[in-house]
Design a protein around this ligand. Structure first.
Ligand SMILES: [Ca+2]
Length: 355
């Protein structure tokens, strides 16, 4: 009896000891890159593969509550960036070497932005009726104040840049997470200098201890006093901005711009082939030049299929009953071989050689 009790006592002690030794307050997720994430068990509510509802901290993130299209009344929740912020945040513009970084120029429209609902340049970026718009040739910006707790946040912004022909997209503009007064930078998301392309920018920022409020800011600078107007700001359009704790769910619904620069022939080769790799769709160009142009790099980059305009017609190849002339057609054959293209000959009978 005592023996059994003693055994039970020992077993109990052992179990308690094991629990005591192994009691953990953290859980670790090991990733295949060799790193691991640590989570506090007390802070975990549940673990799931389901994508959680995002909690976008921005109000009016798609600018669907518009302003009054004037310079004076910002859209609800979005505030204009005062022009003095630019000259405080960036070193003053002192020379006309407009290519140097971190300058800010004239900016007579320093605090203007407005929402816009029309114009062909925004058709591809707009969701809903309106987008936020930073003016062409204006130093301008908009921001929201967001209550935060220290930790990791994600930024997601739909962005389109237009009117580059009248301006220069600076390579050092960025979406910013700043202190409430705009003087401290917690994180930036660089804006690529790409014209007329819908971009979805995604980035992360860590809010440090002690910070309870930040400003989520979209801005750009115009360098008015530059040679030949080279420093003019383009038109920037924003829509569906997100600022979320940890990460923004639903980013899979953003349009992925990574493939937009893919040449058409590469898209066809990747997505329009049968099981044996044979093309199921041909998409090409009909160059009007009589001989292939070595400088026609856009055609060769984009198209795997060509129909030369006149080089294979009877007027070139067989201009009279005794003459055969391959001087125009042979270079096309050679160029097509060099560039890996299929040629569809337009001829030999055409409108230039009626019977
Ligand atoms: Ca919108």
């Amino acid at each position: 009896m005592i023996k059994n009790f003693f055994r039970a006592f020992l077993a109990t002690v052992f179990i308690l000891g094991a629990i005591g030794m192994n009691a953990q307050t953290n859980i670790y997720v090991y990733k295949n890159d060799g790193t691991a994430n640590k989570y506090d068990l007390a802070a975990i509510d549940s673990i799931s593969f389901a994508v959680p509802q995002e909690s976008n901290l921005l109000v009016n993130p798609g600018f669907e509550i518009p302003d009054d299209q004037t310079d004076n009344l910002p859209a609800p929740s979005w505030l204009p960036v005062d022009k003095n912020w630019f000259t405080t945040y960036y070193p003053a513009y002192t020379t006309n070497t407009w290519t140097s970084a971190n300058r800010v120029g004239g900016g007579t429209d320093g605090d203007t932005f407005f929402t816009s609902g029309n114009g062909t340049s925004i058709a591809s970026v707009r969701t809903g009726t309106y987008v936020g718009r930073l003016l062409l040739s204006a130093t301008s910006g908009m921001y929201q104040l967001v209550n935060v707790t220290p930790g990791d946040y994600q930024i997601c912004v739909n962005l389109a840049i237009a009117e580059i022909s009248q301006s220069v997209i600076k390579s050092n503009e960025a979406i910013k997470i700043l202190s409430e007064d705009g003087t401290t930078t917690y994180g930036t998301l660089p804006i690529p200098a790409i014209d007329r392309t819908l971009m979805t920018l995604v980035g992360n920022v860590t809010i440090p201890e002690g910070v309870t409020r930040v400003r989520f800011q979209l801005d750009q600078r115009d360098y008015a006093a530059t040679p030949n107007g080279q420093g003019r700001a383009p038109l920037m359009l924003f829509d569906e901005c997100k600022f979320c704790r940890d990460f923004c769910a639903g980013t899979e619904n953003f349009i992925d711009t990574s493939g937009i620069t893919m040449p058409i022939r590469k898209i066809l080769a990747e997505y329009y082939v049968d099981a044996d790799g044979n093309p199921t769709l041909y998409f090409g160009s009909a160059p009007g030049t009589i001989t292939p142009s070595p400088n026609n790099t856009a055609v060769n980059r984009e198209f795997s299929y060509l129909t030369p305009g006149d080089a294979f017609k009877e007027t070139q190849i067989h201009p009279d009953p005794d003459t055969w002339d391959w001087s125009y057609s042979d270079p096309w054959i050679q160029a097509a071989k060099t560039n890996g293209q299929v040629l569809r000959m337009h001829g030999p009978i055409g409108t230039q050689c009626p019977p």
